[in-house]
Ligand binder design. Structure first.
Ligand code: NAD
Ligand code: IPM
Ligand code: MN
Length: 369
């Protein structure tokens, strides 16, 4: 059966990282008859340069039709001054909203070989395996009104609106509880109910969802600011963290540094299963951005992108064996002592994007026997 993949490499280091995944797709097709059919599109600044929009209608339609979308990264200083509605980041936000990708899974795993690459002490991060479940289509990212109003007295007012409805909280909480059952069976929900009405509702709905359907899972609540502090103080206390769109954005960048680098963190953005086919719309994206400071140098760490592809194999195609093997290949390559610059350590050998990708692919093939 063919599996359709839309590749949206984007800007900056996006295409550099995506090229390593394309090599892997070729290997899977040639050696394991995986049957991937790939198509490509433009998103972000590259789409703006070509079409004056952060994603064209044609590419949007391709994304809606594909079995899964692989997304690189968007943005960069070249597009700092383009109008707000067509800025590169708007392409990613439109994909998330139109594909209804409400559940963003951001696992943060500290590979043993990288415990010393974190800015925290090795014993704080060694063996870390947490999952941030970020709500992705609601909250202050999309709430209306969202505008800058001219008050006419020389003052302007910038307005963003934080809104959550019951069903949005219920469905993301459900995803977090279901996933917790497959791992450490603990969920910590983070909001700011002490100052935000949406936080009060978030807390109520998560508690009620737990009581109704998931009382076998351990549930705790934390104010999101304290949660950020606890993530840095003793991250291993967490298993699954469920939180809103903005807190999830910030907390996942914090979690990235527990693993050594933003260049290590993959993510899966998933929709609800189709009631007829059971299939979910899905987009796989590294947590990092276009890294303008190192773009074009062949220095980017491709692991976040490659690990995002592993999530794609697992969640969109049920290729669990291949996903596990790819994750083991990443760990083995890190054990072997090669590193991109962002995770460089004493005694390791520094390599570029292509060499890191090649090493992971070689290891993957070896593990495949
Ligand atoms: P960034 O993630 O692009 O970079 C932050 C730092 O991490 C930089 O020093 C960068 O070199 C480093 N880094 C990130 N990924 C790396 C990798 N794979 N290998 C090695 N080092 C890596 O964040 P930023 O600098 O705040 O944002 C740059 C642009 O990217 C902005 O336009 C922002 O809006 C955009 N952005 C896009 C996405 C996305 O496309 N999903 C995510 C975050 C930021
Ligand atoms: C992320 C990014 C995006 C976000 C931007 C680029 C729109 O920071 O995926 O973490 O804020 O969600
Ligand atoms: Mn972010």
């Amino acid at each position: 059966m063919t599996k359709t993949l839309l590749l949206l490499p984007g800007d900056g280091i996006g295409p550099e990282a995506m090229a390593e995944v394309e090599k892997l797709i070729d290997v899977l097709n040639a050696e394991e008859s995986a049957g991937f059919e790939t198509d490509r599109g433009l998103v972000g600044g590259s789409a703006y340069d070509a079409h004056g929009a952060a994603i064209s209608e044609e590419d949007m339609a391709k994304a809606m039709a594909a079995d899964a979308v692989l997304f690189g990264a968007v943005g960069g200083p070249k597009w700092d001054d383009v109008p707000y509605d067509v800025r590169p980041e708007a392409g990613l936000l439109r994909l998330r909203k139109d594909m209804e990708l409400f559940a963003n899974l951001r696992p943060a795993i500290c590979y043993p070989a990288l415990a010393s690459a974190s800015s925290l002490r090795p014993e704080v991060v060694e063996g870390l395996d947490i999952l941030i479940v970020r709500e992705l289509t609601g909250g202050v990212y999309f709430g209306e009104p969202k505008e800058i109003v001219d008050l006419g007295n020389g003052q302007k007012r910038g307005i963003d609106t934080q809104v959550y409805d019951t069903f949005e909280i219920e469905r993301i909480a459900g995803v977090a509880f279901e996933l917790a059952r497959t791992r450490g069976n603990k969920v910590c929900s983070m909001e700011k109910r002490n100052v935000m009405k949406s936080g009060v509702l978030w807390n109520e709905v998560v508690t009620a969802t737990h009581k109704a359907n998931y009382s076998d899972v351990e549930l705790t609540h934390m104010l999101a600011d304290a949660g950020g502090m606890q993530l840095v103080r003793w991250p291993k206390q967490f298993d699954v963290i469920v939180t809103d769109n903005l807190f999830g954005d910030m907390l996942s960048d914090v979690a990235a540094m527990l693993t050594g680098s933003l260049g290590m963190l993959p993510s899966a953005s998933l929709g609800a299963p189709d009631p007829k086919t059971g299939k979910r719309k899905a987009l796989y994206e590294p947590v990092h951005g276009s890294a303008p400071d190192i773009a074009g140098q062949g220095a980017a760490n491709p692991i976040a992108m490659i690990a995002s592809f592993a999530m794609c194999l697992r969640y969109s195609f049920e290729m669990v064996e291949q996903a596990d093997r790819l994750e083991r290949a990443i760990a083995a390559v890190l054990d072997s002592g090669i590193r991109t610059g962002d995770i460089m350590a004493e005694g390791a050998r520094q390599v570029g994007t292509v060499e890191m990708g090649d090493a992971i692919i070689a290891q993957y093939r070896e593990l495949a026997g």
